[in-house]
Design a protein around this ligand. Structure first.
Ligand code: PEP
Length: 249
């Protein structure tokens, strides 16, 4: 059985103090939640202090990235092993902002995914097309390539630990949301691609939607059969909104 997940990607926002306050509010307001797993992805610098606040609550701790190398002379990088050492359970990998601003190719992302998995961290692997690709009707082929060049190179046991996030780039931080029908169309397509390689195991993969998801639109999007939750950017910086989204199941 796949699980419903609502994950908050804080990006490069909040001071440590603000982050601890935000996560404490999130814990407080999430007490009557059922039927959905919450995950928070604060900046690296906040992982230890926010992690301490969510310990024992069932809320998962995620990083927003990890290094593509295991260790060594890579100034400024943070390895999957280091993250695992402070109880990080998930890592967002392949976010479109990393692909676009830091030139992260599928080849680099595969290295990151393998290192995350080797250290017991579940990747939240992001895929999605940009506006040009959507307008040129190339979104299916773009997503297929992103999945085939990364996820297909993991073995069956590792595959079970991967969460997929479909994030149309044109919907991230823009206020434009994919319609529930557009989300369902791509999510079922992703599951079909995954099932060609991994068979029935693809039925258990949680596929999250991301892109301007808010309390006002989450219910409709989450009602679709292949949408198993959301990766939430802006709205995860407000505990009321984040929890309202999680209550949309
Ligand atoms: C994201 O960046 O993962 C995201 C979905 O952002 P937003 O919700 O702000 O569009």
């Amino acid at each position: 059985m796949r699980i419903n997940i609502v994950a908050g990607n804080w990006k490069m926002n909040t001071t440590v103090e603000e982050g601890v306050k935000l996560v404490s509010e999130t814990v407080e307001k999430s007490k009557d939640l059922s039927n959905v797993k919450l995950i928070v992805a604060p900046p690296f610098t906040h992982l230890a202090s926010t992690g301490a606040k969510i310990k024992g609550t069932g809320i998962g701790l995620s990083s927003q990235n990890c290094a593509s190398e295991a260790k060594g002379a890579y100034t400024g990088e943070v390895s999957a092993e280091m993250l695992a050492g402070i109880n990080v359970e998930y890592a967002i990998i392949g976010h479109s902002e990393r692909r676009e601003y830091y030139n992260e190719s599928n080849e680099i992302l595969l290295k990151k995914i393998k290192l995350a998995l080797a250290n017991g961290i579940s990747p939240i692997f992001c895929v999605g097309e940009n506006l040009n690709e959507r307008e040129e009707n190339r979104h299916f082929e773009v997503i297929k390539k992103q999945i085939e060049e990364v996820v297909f190179y993991t073995d069956e046991n590792d595959f079970e630990k991967i969460i997929i996030a479909y994030e149309p780039v044109w919907a991230i931080g823009t206020g434009k949301t994919a319609t529930a029908e557009q989300a369902q169309e791509i999510h079922s397509y992703i599951r079909k691609i995954l099932s060609k390689k991994f068979g029935k195991k693809a039925e258990n993969t949680s596929i999250l939607y991301g892109g301007s998801c808010k309390p006002e639109n989450a219910k409709e999007i989450f009602s679709k059969p292949d949408v198993d939750g959301g990766l939430i950017g802006g709205a995860s910086l407000n505990a009321d909104d984040f929890i309202a989204i999680a209550k949309s199941f």
